[in-house]
Design a protein around this ligand. Structure first.
Ligand SMILES: Cc1cc2nc3c(=O)[nH]c(=O)nc-3n(C[C@H](O)[C@H](O)[C@H](O)COP(=O)(O)OP(=O)(O)OC[C@H]3O[C@@H](n4cnc5c(N)ncnc54)[C@H](O)[C@@H]3O)c2cc1C
Length: 347
């Protein structure tokens, strides 16, 4: 299916962005590959989109081909799961819980497609796909063939992967996961808020369905479950990643926070770094829930979500994002980095 001068805003959860010169929807892997090959052969810019839940598209739109991936396929073989890239992630997660398998239950309610989950190593509530992905089948635009990348080759890290590092190289076709039959229990609880919710210690297991449903409840309370009637969910989820500070940066940050009699959240990160909370920084820099009076504001439920109140443009949203980034830098000396992918714009 092909459309010219097609509006992209309705294909994003922010409802923002100008038109695509050409929009093609692909329903099979062969169609996906054919569209990508044709665009590459013609030297045509290409943007791959799934659920549009992690995209900030400029008001000028996209001057090339936008490929919307709508492939389907959910195949369970024992505890091995294979998803086609176009599968709706939250529905696939719910089906694994129905099948009694653990591994994805804390990733309930995250919008978007299965194929995008390895791209930023989707994670929430103590789980991330890096833990369960065994293989990603992708079309490699450099070699012009299909490749199968094992978990190591995906180079997963916090909200990052090889696919994000080389954004114009791979188009994900299928994602394979190893799940766990834990007799109706979840994977061990790793997130303090979830442990508190269930009144268990971290690393204990809870009921699988209870875990899934509890996460949906916690997410809804933060405006993190899509609801077309609720502008607090017209967002791209968390707009900024949690900063990971080096030892020197962390020491400087602690001194600034102490000067303001604040104790910042801190979690150990790989390579001796310390992760702190972007939501906390935003709040303490003076941008509380609901901040802003224009057409783009912070969510009334979560300081990390920048939202379109209905009439915003991408420039309105970016102006708010820049104000917050600059305010946090001025207050704490910490540089916030955007999580969503920017198309034709930058912060
Ligand atoms: C309310 C809300 C809550 C959210 N909560 C979370 C959360 O808890 N944790 C989290 O990690 N994220 C969260 N997100 C962000 C987002 O849902 C995830 O990043 C999701 O995986 C994006 O999927 P998508 O299909 O919508 O990707 P899109 O937004 O369509 O695309 C995102 C990027 O991935 C690329 N891409 C998409 N599909 C493919 C493919 N098949 N092959 C190659 N590249 C591809 C695109 O080109 C683009 O660069 C949230 C978003 C919203 C709106």
């Amino acid at each position: 299916m092909e459309e010219l001068d097609a509006p992209l805003a309705p294909l994003t959860t922010l409802r923002l962005g100008g038109p695509a010169r050409r929009l093609v929807t692909a329903h099979t892997d062969d169609e996906v590959i054919a569209v990508v090959r044709a665009a590459d052969a013609a030297g045509e810019p290409l943007l791959v989109i799934g659920g549009g839940s992690n995209l900030v598209i400029g008001d000028a739109g996209f001057p090339g081909t936008v490929l919307r991936i709508a492939t389907t396929g959910f195949a369970l073989d024992g505890t091995a799961l294979e998803l086609a890239a176009g599968e709706v992630w939250a529905e696939a997660v719910a089906r694994t819980v129905d099948a009694g398998l653990a591994g994805l239950e804390f990733l309930a309610g995250i919008p978007g497609s299965a194929g995008a989950t390895p791209v930023q190593n989707v994670g929430a509530y103590g789980q991330e796909v890096a833990r369960t992905v065994t293989e990603v089948v992708a079309y490699d635009r450099r070699s012009g063939g299909t490749v199968t990348l094992g978990n190591e080759a995906c180079a997963f890290s916090y909200r990052h992967s090889r696919f994000k590092a080389e954004p114009d190289r791979y188009v994900v076709l299928r994602v394979r996961f190893a799940l766990e039959d834990a007799a109706g229990r979840s994977t061990p609880v790793r997130y303090a808020e979830v442990a508190k919710h269930f009144g268990v210690a971290q690393d204990e297991r809870v009921g699988l369905r209870e875990a899934h449903d509890a996460v949906l409840g916690l997410r809804a309370g933060k405006g993190m479950v899509l609801d077309a009637a609720d502008h607090d969910t017209w967002s791209a989820g968390s707009f900024f990643t949690n900063p990971v500070l080096s030892a020197g940066q962390y020491a400087a940050f602690l001194a600034v926070a102490a000067g303001r009699e604040l104790t910042a959240p801190a979690y150990p990160a790989p390579d001796g770094g310390t992760k702190t909370s972007a939501a906390w920084l935003i709040d303490k820099a003076g941008f509380g829930k609901g901040y802003g009076s224009g057409p783009a504001t912070l969510s009334g439920k979560h300081t990390l979500a920048l939202t379109n109140r209905g009439a915003a443009t991408t420039e309105d949203l970016l102006a708010l994002a820049r104000e917050i980034r600059d305010g946090v830098r001025a207050a704490f000396g910490v540089e916030l980095v955007n999580e969503p992918v920017m198309v034709g714009v930058s912060l």
